[in-house]
Design a binder for this molecule. Sequence first.
Ligand code: UD1
Ligand code: MG
Length: 457
Amino acid sequence: MKNRYVVVLAAGQGTRMKSKLFKVMHPVMGRPMVGHVVNAALEADASEVITITGHGAETIQEYLGEKSKFVYQEEQLGTAHAVMQAKDLLEGKEGTTLVLSGDTPLLRAETLQQLMAFHENEEAKATILTALADDPFGYGRVIRAEDGSVSKVVEEKDASEDERLVQEINTGTYCFDNQALFNALERVNNDNAQGEYYLPDVLEILKSDAEKVGAFRLENMEEALGVNNRVALAEATAIMRKRINDMHMTNGVTLIDPSSTYIDVDAEIASDTVIEPNSYIKGQTKIGEGVLIGLGSVIVDSQLADGVEIKQSVIEESIVGRNTDVGPHSHLRKGSVLGEGVHIGNYVEVKNSTIGDLTRAGHHTYIGDAEVGKDVNIGCGVVFANYNGMTKNKTVVGDHSFVGSNSNLVAPVVLGKKSFVAAGSTITEEVEDGALGIARARQENKEGFHDRFFENN
Ligand code: UD1
Ligand code: MG
């Protein structure tokens, strides 16, 4: 195998997206487009990835980090000009250079591998990845000579009426002999409708040097989708979503209705988990075996252990232990860590709190900034009053305690082990181990009240 280099073009603003976010940073199922492209390149055994940045350079650089080297393209004068920026890093090196666009997120590593192998076997100086499009509008058209070989690519804006009828399009992906590439790039001009230096012009230049220019046609146009606007972004998202869903189903996950199930690309899900309709699994989420994600749940950047059941609830940046159940209609916010066999019922909100094994909070409760032990019963309507208007304060509840319904625990406060809080209490001071805290007015009954009340009125 030859040395393999990759140049990823990602400097454009993406005017057609009409967005403050730089085009290649728009996510497709939870990963920026440029991330999909660079990952595919790395999976396809690229030894060195160079990303050309311009608009949003810092954001892209920070996002890709160690995965790539970066070259800054100060002015975006076209795709050939963009590749030219890598000259100092690549010129003179022997090997194959794969050029990819940061806006084609659906290309698979296997396809790139096949393209490079084909290019190297053919001993071509350039090989273009093409596809047949039902609607080729907006893409560069691949114009073939009578013998079937590629003679050039014409952009939509430069194409004649006849050329526009051609359905074979340039996917924006190419392999080059590295030295031939930089040699030809010197000769690209910007004499065209957009006044830009077009990378595909390199093909025509090499051809006129009597060098071998090949084409590798994709069977599936889907993979070639170039995202220039939000309509294409939605199309890419739909295709990627189906790919991800199919992969999970193949791995033994049941999706009751894949058409209404959304799973981000980085989520991991073990077998025998069931996901009900209208659920969204986002970000870096890890779900264990035999988990139920019930109807209409949203799980973001969280870890759910085996046997967890989530019903119509939202879980964000939280960890949920084995066989714990949450919902319906509950919300675990950032930093919630639930042990095993915990029961969080309806209308419960938990934030930045740890909850020990077998603890139960069945109804209408807020638990914030707390350390709740094991086997604790938290009654209906308990509020952990964690905020005094300036600072957030902590509540500690010891193992095997019982907090009666409709109590307020005003933090900072400690309830000892095996302690009790009487229903309706507002607890502001420590309750020692094994003690009962009552903090409410005593009940007083007025005998004969009814009759007195109505006689006097
Ligand atoms: C390009 C191709 C077209 C192909 C299509 C496939 C050219 C001239 N046209 O058109 O033949 O069918 O892709 O999707 O190459 N970029 C830079 N610097 C620049 C200009 C562009 O880095 O100076 C980057 C963009 O950020 C983008 C990529 O290159 O990631 C492609 O540019 P874009 O403007 O999207 O080209 P298309 O019009 O899609
Ligand atoms: Mg494009």
